[in-house]
Design a binder for this molecule. Structure first.
Ligand code: GDP
Ligand code: MG
Length: 422
């Protein structure tokens, strides 16, 4: 992730709308594309939309491509991202005409997945999705290059076959490797828990406001020292929630209309969600009640297949954008799916205290205990360990050190064993 506008790639977004779709659907798709581009680190410097049936050569109309040529030239854009899936020929034609890089939404998503894949398994799955995207294009690419008479391709009659064959054999190699790779979730989870952290993950559809909420919570919070986590991702921050140490993780979230060949790669990037102790399911309250309900149902389906007993807190975000009556209508509509949603505005901070209380309530329970330690160097070292692993409510020093603290069962067991050994 990169927020520096100087090094960020500047792109123009293009979307061809199907004439049968209505306005709000198109706008939603467009917002989603914008979100995806931003989370991949692109700076969006222009938008083009057109409603028409697809053009074989350019996807959009010839006239629109000419507009694009001018836009790219004047703005100095580095690339164009299409909402619509492009055929190899279309990609080739547009990039040749506009003289810049051209990708479609699927390549954009694959880029995001690749940047978020942290485990070996996730990396393999993303690689597999990429190859599956490339496979049907393999033949077309070769014949395009041939047409262009690039040296090295002429006279290689069997090249088409061997290129396709190459992709196929890479696919089967990755499949074999995937079958032998261990699931890495458990060890990661343990490592974090050992340090006294609980994990809270933000889930939800693109544009629901996950990143805005993530940043707002991180900004207003006392940050916890997390130097122990040298591999902390840019999308994970250590926070203090009502005295508990929490790792808050932002995710790419759910993406509408994901093709089936991307689903495994997508799941692997949701690793952080499946590791969580608490999931915050962020919903855009300004969308229509029907859309909200539909998205909640799909989100629950995706989550429930993978998580067992992990509490989901539904967060109704962007309440600043709707009236009280509209809010009531939505609450009624989703009542059976999310009985007690927390209402917030990530933008103005409304509802944050309530949200933090709810996160705290859903965190794995800790117990309160008191321990008496000798007034010695060893005793002091245990005190500092307790400060790391638990919430210390009270501490008094006299002949001995008495600590009133709150911690996980495991910590309480350890400290009792230590205390009796002294
Ligand atoms: N009015 C309003 N806009 C919001 C709020 N939260 C997020 N947004 C806007 O919604 C858009 C998507 O937000 P973002 O955090 O990137 O969504 P993500 O895809 O879920 O990470 C951005 O333009 C945000 O400024 C909110 O509480 N109120
Ligand atoms: Mg985001």
């Amino acid at each position: 992730m990169c927020d520096d506008p100087l090094t960020m790639k500047r792109v123009i977004l293009v979307q061809r709308n199907d004439p049968t779709y209505d306005g709000p659907v198109n706008t939603r798709h467009f917002l989603e594309l914008q979100e995806l581009a931003q989370s991949a680190g692109y700076q969006v410097i222009g938008n083009v939309m057109q409603t028409r049936t697809p053009d074989r050569k350019y996807q959009v109309g010839r006239g629109k491509v000419e507009e694009l040529v001018v836009m790219v030239k004047e703005s100095g854009a580095d690339g164009i991202i299409f909402y619509n899936q492009l055929s190899t020929t279309q990609t080739y034609n547009i990039s040749e005409t506009c003289k810049c890089e051209v990708i479609d939404k699927f390549q954009l998503i694959l880029e995001i997945f690749a940047s978020r894949a942290t485990t070996k398994r996730a990396k393999l799955q993303v690689e597999l999705a990429k190859l599956r995207y490339e496979l049907p294009k393999a033949k077309a690419i070769v014949s395009l290059l041939k047409k262009d008479e690039r040296p090295g391709f002429m006279g290689l009659g069997s090249y088409e076959d061997s290129y396709e064959q190459d992709i196929k054999s890479r696919i089967s190699r990755i499949r074999k490797e995937l079958a032998s790779v261990q699931k890495d979730n458990e060890s990661l989870r343990l490592k974090r828990h050992e340090r006294g952290f609980s994990i809270v993950a933000l889930a939800g559809y693109t544009s629901a406001g996950k990143s805005t909420l993530f940043n707002a919570l991180v900004d207003e919070n006392v940050r916890v020292d997390a130097t122990l986590f040298t591999t902390l991702m840019p999308t994970t921050r250590a926070l203090d929630i009502c005295g508990r140490r929490v790792l808050l993780t932002d995710t790419v979230g759910f993406i509408e209309d994901l093709p089936h060949w991307m689903v495994d790669a997508f799941r692997s990037t949701l690793n952080e969600i499946f590791l969580a102790d608490v999931i915050l399911l962020v919903v855009d309250a300004s969308e229509s009640p029907d859309i909200i309900r539909q998205k909640l149902v799909t989100s629950h389906d995706t989550l429930w297949e993978q998580i067992e007993g992990v509490p989901i807190v539904t967060v109704l975000n962007k309440v600043d954008r709707i009236t009280g009556d509209e809010l009531e209508e939505r609450l009624e509509n989703i009542g059976y799916l999310a009985p007690n949603p927390v209402r917030v505005s990530a933008k103005n901070g409304f509802g944050f205290d309530e949200l933090k209380m709810e996160i705290y309530r859903q965190l794995p329970k800790w117990k309160r205990d008191t321990v008496s330690l000798p007034m010695s160097e060893y005793g002091m070292s245990i005190v500092s360990w307790l400060f790391d692993e638990s919430i210390v409510h009270n501490i008094s020093y006299s002949d001995r050190i008495t600590v009133d603290f709150e911690a996980r069962d495991e910590i309480i067991r350890k400290i009792r064993a230590k205390a009796t050994a002294m």
